[in-house]
Design a protein around this ligand. Structure first.
Ligand code: NAD
Length: 432
């Protein structure tokens, strides 16, 4: 087939639709490997930044964008440019609605935007995390609106993104990539495409298996994080340090995998993706109890941390009302500038409800970004960490590298540590 031939010769044009945390590094990998890459996004500001050789993601340097541009990268908001692409890789958000159901707006919107330009011989691959059946049931009918038939005239595949932003050990090209398609030609083309830039491609028998594999990975994390969070609550009541327990258990060289507790789940994936499956499972009248239970435990964590903070205050003869607390870490995990779904927001809200005056420090996020759910905090600025001593307590919600913890211990009056930063007991430190 011509598409596979073009991929093999690397003269296929690759379109990446959605240039965020996932799409931008993916576009970079294809550009670096000699493909002509067209980047499509609805966000004109992002496209303008890329054209100017600037990055809007802190761990991706501007020099990487400049290198992409030098290799012919074409960022655009003009979706008719999708007609020029041989392969279109869709990396748009898949959040939950206010009712905690899959929000397909972005997947549907992006398919509708390219549907008028779908042409014979193209392959469209969805990379967004979603429930099994999305490629076939949601994408296919939209892309077929122009009269061409999927997996006969043009092709469909699903390949889940496993990006772990700013992981020093793995990047897009070195993370094995699962690829599923529902016809042999689509499978051959998708595997050839990814294999040309990614070290290891793992073909599976269908789009649904590929979709389900990603949900399994993220559900596995959500459930195991819930387990250690539950054990944290249990062991804390018993006066046992959960961090020491985990360190000890992790010396077992087989049959144990280390997960660490925290202030709750955050990020665009782990708190959300498992609920894509529970929603879909209901259609089949089956229920995913582990996922619901894990969700309950993880969701209750910020309230538990605030309860521990209250206890620590009352043991020191005072209440939370009228106190000042500095939250350290707004990002949902260390060393990224991504605050989506961060449990820090929840802590912030709960503490304010208790009459606390809350500030935050995050070296990665100087100003709170706009967000749908926590708009009231947008625009607030990060307080310098050397002012920690001015607060009644410091609550560590993200353990970024680069924070001088020793100095913080010296400066702070009380530290609520949700990340196990301080392992040796100290009168100022309360683990939560
Ligand atoms: N961020 C991660 O670490 C990560 C890891 C693995 C998988 N994922 C999955 O990858 C997908 C994308 O996540 P992300 O973190 O890159 O999101 P993101 O918000 O960083 O990026 C999405 C991009 O899509 C653009 N966009 C939105 N609607 C669009 C449309 N209709 N047409 C074109 N562009 C549109 C946005 O402007 C944005 O630039 C999600 O399904 C997510 O679950 C994310």
């Amino acid at each position: 087939m011509d598409l596979v031939g073009r991929i093999r010769r690397k003269d296929a044009v690759v379109g990446v639709l959605g240039l965020g945390y996932v799409g931008l590094p993916l576009a970079a990998v294809f550009a670096r490997n000699g493909y002509r890459v067209i980047g499509l996004d609805v966000d004109g500001e992002k496209v303008a930044a890329l054209k100017a050789g600037k990055s809007y993601i802190k761990h991706i340097p501007g020099s990487a964008i400049a290198a992409m541009n030098a290799a012919g990268f074409e960022p655009t908001t003009d979706f008719s440019r999708s007609a020029a692409c041989d392969a279109i890789l869709i990396c748009v958000p898949t959040p939950l609605t206010a009712n905690r159901e899959p929000d397909m707006t972005y997947v549907v919107g992006s398919c509708e935007a390219i549907a008028p330009y779908v042409r014979a011989g193209q392959i469209v691959v969805l990379e967004s995390t979603t429930y099994p059946g999305t490629t076939d049931e949601v994408m296919r009918p939209i892309l077929e609106r122009g009269g061409l038939v999927a997996d006969r005239d043009f092709f469909l595949a699903f390949s889940p993104e496993r990006e772990d932003p700013n992981n020093p050990d793995f990047e897009t090209a070195t993370i094995p990539k699962v690829v599923g398609a529902d016809c042999p030609v689509a499978a051959e083309a998708a595997v050839a495409l990814y294999a040309s830039v990614i070290r290891r491609v793992v073909p599976v028998s269908s789009t649904r298996v590929a979709e389900a594999a990603k949900i399994l990975e993220n559900t596995f994390r959500a459930v195991n994080i819930a387990l250690v969070n539950e054990l944290k609550v249990v062991f804390t009541r018993m006066g046992i340090d959960v961090w020491e327990v985990i360190d000890a258990a992790a010396t077992k060289p087989f049959g144990f995998m280390r997960f660490t507790p925290g202030p709750g789940l955050g990020g665009h994936c782990i708190p959300i993706d498992p609920f894509y499956l529970t929603w879909k499972a209901r259609e089949y009248e089956v229920f995913s109890r582990f996922i619901e239970t894990a969700g309950e435990v993880n969701t209750s964590m910020p309230a538990w941390v605030v309860g521990r903070t209250m206890e620590a205050f009352s043991q020191r003869g005072r209440g939370l009302r009228g106190s000042r607390i500095l939250l350290v870490g707004l990002a949902y995990k260390k060393n990224v500038d991504d605050a989506r779904e961060s449990p820090t927001y929840k802590l912030w809200e709960l503490l304010e409800r208790q009459g606390v005056e809350v500030s935050y420090h995050d070296p990665w996020i100087p100003v709170v970004p706009k967000s749908r759910e926590h708009g009231q905090f947008a625009g607030r600025g990060s307080v310098p960490i050397d002012r920690a001593g001015e607060f009644d307590a410091v609550l560590i919600s993200t353990d970024h590298d680069g924070v001088d913890w020793k100095r913080l211990l010296a400066d702070a009056r009380l530290i609520i540590d949700t990340r196990g930063v301080f392992r040796t007991p100290h009168e100022k430190v309360v683990k939560a």
